[in-house]
Design a binder for this molecule. Structure first.
Ligand SMILES: [Ca+2]
Ligand SMILES: [Ca+2]
Length: 64
């Protein structure tokens, strides 16, 4: 069984600082911007911002 963690952006099975670095790199981008990644728009509102960060924090430390 494969569990896809919501905030495991690099798919290594754990939500940790390496995922945080990926998140920081896209923080503030909106749909249509260069580098926007819909996987990191955790609440699906079209912008990668504070609400997505809060979801990330909730999932930080999770492992599959
Ligand atoms: Ca990860
Ligand atoms: Ca968002």
């Amino acid at each position: 069984m494969t569990v896809r963690l919501i905030a495991d952006f690099n798919d290594d099975g754990v939500v940790d600082t390496s995922d945080h670095l990926l998140f920081v790199a896209v923080f503030g981008l909106s749909e249509g911007d260069d580098g926007f990644n819909a996987d990191m728009d955790l609440d699906g509102d079209g912008t990668i911002g504070i609400p997505d960060f809060l979801i990330f924090v909730d999932n930080f430390g999770s492992s599959a």
